[in-house]
Design a protein around this ligand. Sequence first.
Ligand code: ATP
Ligand code: MG
Length: 752
Amino acid sequence: MSENKDFLRSIVEEDLKSGKFNKITTRFPPEPNGFPHIGHAKSICINFGIAEDYKGHCNLRMDDTNPTTEDTKYVEALKDAVQWLGFNWEGNVRFTSDYFDQIHDYAIALIKMGKAYVDSTNEEEMREFRGTVTQAGKRSPFAERSIEENLELFEKMKKGEFKDGEHVLRAKIDMSAANMKMRDPLLYRIRHAHHFRAGNKWSIYPMYDFAHCLSDYIEGVSHSICTLEFENNRDIYNWVLDTLKLTPPRPYQHEFARLGINYTVMSKRKLLELVEGGQVSGWDDPRLPTIAGYKRRGYTAESIITFCEQIGIAKANSMVDVAQLEFCIRDDLNTKVPRVMCVLEPLKVTIVNYEGKEELDASYYPEDVPKEGSRKLPFSKEIYIERDDFIETPPKGYFRLTPEQPVRLKHAYIITCKEVIKDTEGKIIEIKAEYNLASKSGSDSSGIKVKSAIHWVEAKTAKEVEVRLYDRLFKEEAPEGIEDVNPDSLKVIKKALIEPAVINEKPDERFQFERQGYFYADPIDYTDETPVFNKTVGLKDSWGKKKKIPTQSAPKLKKEQIDGEVVAMSESEQALFDQYISLSISYEIANTLARDEKLSHFYKEAYDDFKVQMGDIQAPTSLANIVANEIARELKEKNELKCTPKQVSELAKMIDDKTISNKIAKQVFEEMLKSGDNPAQIVKAKGLIQISDPSEISPIIDEIIAKNPENVEKFKAGNTKLLGFFVGQVLKATGGKANPQVVNKLVAEKLK
Ligand code: ATP
Ligand code: MG
């Protein structure tokens, strides 16, 4: 459970304590008239999450009272979304339509109490009679009908003897109520329409305000959680249940703020317009904010849940930056997926002094990721690099291959350009280069300095794949709909080249394509003849920066260059950069540190301390990471720091000597910022030391294996992806304290 309790959980706890309820029941009640979106994910996380936290249960109920817009395919999509997010509903899926008979009986009961009447005024009159916020309304003359007459008319409505709109059933409440919703709200209307489940049985359908509270009551719901726009409906909710004097316990409604995200639309109606208008390929188009779309794009359920937890639950509507969601998926995939090489726009390079061929060993994961696995990378004299990674007359600060500047081929050698071959129109079609044998990755003794490593593929063994690059579907921060669609939101590259292991060995479905972003094998269109990969998210938030670049003054470069490298470094920055690179700090981190004076100062002080403690053979990568990410963020947001370089050095040391995991380090860092305490103090006080002892971890794994027999079966039947599930459960059970590497190994052994 999240540590900071939200207001809904506070209410639930209060209700349990006071004995108002002794069991918590919630429900997620979508209308099956469209595919669920990320807003629904928030509601799903809240409803199922609260039920889980308080050992209650949560129902999945289709609020199917509007026959003209609903369909089974939406029911299936809703079920799929809930399951994919990892939740289980109690019992069968429920349908409001299953309660139509009961709801109808309650309507009759209200009529018999003189609390409901059949109104026959037309729509226009009805509106007029309702009054305004400042003016009381007038009751319809039909409100004077006798109970008998009302019963008879209502029965005829039900039998289908009237046309749509001829009559309605209304509650008799108060035509001068300050809350306009209480001015005799509609309970039933006539609809001669086929219902996807009830068929043609009904000619009348209950309104949301009548059906919802009663469905909640019928199901024994304790907390009926909905979004803020239903605040004024709460009075009707209570009126119906109170007036019918239903035996307690009865449900109570609580409202929270709806999720809105910039650069997207979030109403099923608007999404349907895009689907029907052909702006997207379907409800599962990877550009849509639907769960099906995110799923197809390669988002993980974990990242969406993390996002929902991060944004929290509030009482006031607000707009969340889509970059936050993108951050969550990037952060999740960063440590999970293999890193491979794919060239999107190939440029041929012939290495003139290389003969024969070889296979290079290349790990799928960087060192700081607790996962193992590697593949062979074929290498020969003909390779392809990214067209952008060579420029003949580079701007200042360009770090990749030029006629003067060598570059490292990732996992391979350093090459130097010898000749540029062009076609008759002057377009570069090939580079002739030389490699340096002594520069082999992992045992480089060449002494050649390079400023970056680029990705590449070997020409003969590379596989052709289709790559679909997605950008935001809308150009506007607050889009209205179709008119704001970004025409460049999809770019298809038909013939990208990928290293062969990805296709032959299929080590995963999700990948980081080095330097390009995260990609996912399209679950629908991928075939062995034409493998298709969807871009899930880029490696960094390039959109924010892109926006700020004034178009007139931006040099004519591809956007990747604009994002990262166009501004030249000063001499002193360059010196720092080279120094960082020589300490095995990654290019990105070195770039961030070198270009920011405050950061590089902070880093220097911290590193001086770190060196004393750890000796200078230890690569300060954790330290550099913390400074370039966490410290940078703090300085940007707050412009002041509560922690010292020495404390940060201490924290990095604890990560490196495996006292704490990276995950716990984040938690410790947050605490350092708050309290100013030393990390060692915090770790000790909170008991956060990493657990690496197998004898301590083993029993926890056993317990989790015992609790999840179904997943064990599935794993043994070949669903190896469930390994991650088990590891995740163990980490969760230990509050993130178990050493992930040890857990991984033990779980794999035990499940064998
Ligand atoms: P839409 O406007 O997209 O059609 P809706 O509210 O009509 O959404 P329902 O199917 O009635 O959709 O919603 C099911 C549940 O999901 C409701 O409890 C609703 O409050 C919640 N929900 C819908 N959209 C959001 C959102 N953007 N943020 C949080 N919860 C939402
Ligand atoms: Mg709705």
